[in-house]
Design a protein around this ligand. Structure first.
Ligand code: ZN
Length: 674
């Protein structure tokens, strides 16, 4: 896949104390809201107050820009999302009737879910939400509210009702079932009225025209593909003056403010990003990315744009996202040590020497503090980032890798003492190791995955990188995860002083296998298979190792007191299996072996055992742990004196509903239909 998938999702890990940095301290509860399978957590931004004024101001402007693309993501996720959200918000803010009834509560929960998912489909499973209130109830509630409150939503009432209540309409945001027309059966808005065959041949034509270009353009990344009146395929580009212009103009407005306070080389980079937003020219986006990846000196950094292609069944079109962050200088040297040994790791990797990189370039890794999340990073958010995605830029100019410390810290705080280990981990020795080293193992695995895994390896001559198509993202995540798992158990980590003993790897391995074989099923609805690529990747690795190690009982299923457990008996052999699978997955990527890739994913990564699934869901719900988490953002305010900015104040709101309504009121510019 051209755009390497690079954002990690938080696995369900158990906390130890924050391994580095001075963790934020506050008495406000970490979990600010819970509904359905979701918990909303707040995060703090330690160190913000200590930033110099110009950096605080820069964070403020970039944070404003990060909030301005929210509507874009809603519309990308599904064309009816904006009217659905707005109609329900109008109801929520104006209904004067009884708010204590079960149906009202159900409506409120549905709206909270829509906000969390940026639309009517679950952010992780991609399935459409099922409302627990009736069509009649919503109609009754609407009729108590003056019609003018709904303004231009009135003509869209039927569209909205169909979207919410008709299960046959927009059933899934992202369908990846082999054999289906993936575009006609997916409800995302990246393609309109276009079949999969039409889209594939359209972009194959562009790629052919670009053949031999050492700097291939990421065609299709920033546009919707549709048809004009004459039935010809056309792209509607997301830029100033193009599709989503009203939101992009606001993003540009705040980026210009940011440019005015930034220093070189960041100033020039921001100007390049603005220029790209104006022109929509993807060559300019590449130029911007090169500047961005080369800038390793700016303390405040950010992502703002059309970045990840998880949401497109063809892995081409990118959702809008934003993150603002700064370097956590108090954090430990973990990633620096890993990065400065990048070549050693590459040279010793268990893959075919032909597919190792001779020279690993520009792996820059930092532990960062997030100051603002936006678009596809909000409220559900990654814990690590590795960008840019274009393979040739990564090869020629390297990539930037970050681990987000204040987010993992908040997750850990929120999960503390939730009973997960006691319920799912059979052996006391495993529980003890996880308690002691779980957080460190997870952090290290994330670092290795992001700093080294995605950047490792090379393609065989003539292989472009898009050959694995819809299996590309799962296999890319598997490659990075396996790289991380393999080295997590390497004595080199002890030698480098990164871990005290092999117990860290044992904690990480036991947890990974448990999650991949079993506990991640808590995130899947009954009757469904595994769809999301990070989850598929974990299942692929765990199932493959289970099967390959079965003769030696490397991994074993154990039944006790009517409950199912999974235990790792031989950590050394498991590590060897990780190495073997890494060898094969790298070969598949390097050679673009679609058939072998398809076989691996379809055989190990997709199908769910319904009996085990039911058991996991029951045990999970008995614990009362929501399997998904997301965040509310802090708020920033300029403090001015005599027309000059003298400080930026940060506050930590703890009201999810209020933040969502506020964003919808103050950061919303797109029309209902785009
Ligand atoms: Zn990744």
């Amino acid at each position: 896949m051209k755009h390497t998938f690079t954002i990690l999702s938080m696995t369900l890990l158990i906390p130890a104390l924050s391994a580095c940095g001075d963790g934020p301290k506050s008495s406000t509860p970490w979990i600010v809201d819970r509904f359905d399978d979701i918990k909303v957590i707040r995060y703090e931004v330690p160190g913000f107050e200590r930033l110099p004024l110009e950096q605080k101001e820069l964070v403020y402007y970039l944070a404003q820009a990060a909030k301005c693309g929210r509507d874009i993501l809603y519309d990308q996720n599904c064309a009816v999302n904006l009217p659905v959200r707005r109609m329900l918000e109008t109801v929520y803010e104006n209904y004067a009737g009884d708010r204590t009834t079960a149906e009202w509560k159900a409506l409120e929960k549905y709206l909270k879910k829509v906000w969390f998912a940026n639309g009517i489909h679950h952010h992780y499973s991609n399935d459409k939400f099922t409302p627990e209130f009736s069509q009649g109830y919503l109609l009754d509630v609407i009729e108590t509210i003056p019609e003018e409150q709904f303004g231009d939503l009135n003509p869209l009432r039927e569209t909205v009702f169909t979207a919410i209540f008709d299960p046959a309409k927009y059933p899934t945001r992202l369908n990846q079932k082999a054999g289906d027309d993936l575009l006609l059966t997916s409800s995302s808005n990246y393609y309109r009225g276009v079949t999969q065959t039409e889209a594939e041949s359209f972009y194959a034509g562009m790629a052919a025209a670009d053949a031999g270009n050492p700097e291939p353009v990421s065609y299709g990344l920033n546009s919707q593909l549709t048809k004009d009146d004459a039935g010809r395929l056309v792209e509607r580009t997301w830029k100033v003056g193009g599709m989503y212009s009203a939101a992009i103009e606001r993003i540009v407005y705040w980026l210009e403010k940011a440019e005015s306070v930034a220093r070189e080389p960041q100033k020039t980079n921001i100007a390049a990003l603005i220029s790209y937003y104006r022109s929509g020219d993807l060559k300019e986006f590449d130029r911007y990315n090169i500047g961005w990846v080369r800038d390793t000196v700016s303390n405040v950094d950010f992502v703002n744009g059309f970045i990840e292609d998880y949401g497109d069944p063809l892995g081409r079109k990118a959702s809008w996202e934003a993150i603002v962050n700064f370097v956590d200088s108090a954090a430990c040297h973990r990633t620096e040590v890993i990065s400065s040994n990048a070549q050693w790791f590459e040279d010793h990797s268990p893959v075919d020497p032909r597919y190792r990189k001779e020279k690993v370039r520009g792996v820059s890794a930092k532990v960062i503090t997030v100051a603002m999340l936006g678009g596809d990073c909000y409220p559900a958010t990654p814990i690590g980032i590795n960008l840019p995605n274009a393979d040739w830029i990564r090869k020629e100019h390297g990539s930037k890798s970050v681990t987000i410390d204040n987010i993992t810290y908040a997750y850990d705080q929120a999960a503390h003492g939730n009973g997960f280990n006691e319920e799912f981990v059979l052996r006391a020795e495993d529980r003890e190791r996880m308690d002691k080293y779980g957080k460190l193992a997870d952090d290290l695995h994330t670092d290795l995955h992001e700093c080294l895994g995605h950047g490792s390896g090379q393609l065989a001559p003539g292989v472009k990188g898009g050959e694995l198509r819809s299996y590309g993202s799962t296999l890319e995540e598997a490659r990075a995860d396996l790289f991380g798992l393999y080295y997590l158990g390497d004595p080199k980590l002890v030698e480098l002083g990164l871990v005290p003993s092999s117990d860290v790897a044992k904690a990480g391995y036991a947890k990974y296998i448990l999650n991949g074989l079993m506990t991640q099923l808590a995130r899947i609805e009954p009757g469904k298979n595994v769809e999301e690529s990070h989850m598929r990747n974990r299942k692929l690795i765990a199932e493959w190792c289970y099967e390959r190690g079965a003769a030696d009982k490397v991994i074993e299923w154990v039944k006790e007191n009517g409950k199912t457990y999974v235990v790792v008996n031989d950590f050394e052999k498991l590590r060897a299996l990780f190495g073997e699978l890494l060898h094969e997955v790298q070969r598949i990527k390097s050679e673009g072996d679609y058939e072998a890739g398809r076989e691996l994913v379809e055989r190990y990564a997709v199908k769910v055992d319904p009996t085990l699934h039911e058991e996991v869901l029951a045990r999970y719900s008995a614990l009362g742990i929501e399997p998904y988490g997301g965040f509310v953002n802090p708020e920033y305010e300029l403090v001015e004196q005599d027309g000059k900015v003298v400080d930026v104040k940060i506050t930590y709101p703890a009201d999810y509903v209020k933040q969502m309504l506020d964003y919808s009121k103050n950061y919303s510019w797109l029309p209902n239909v785009n």
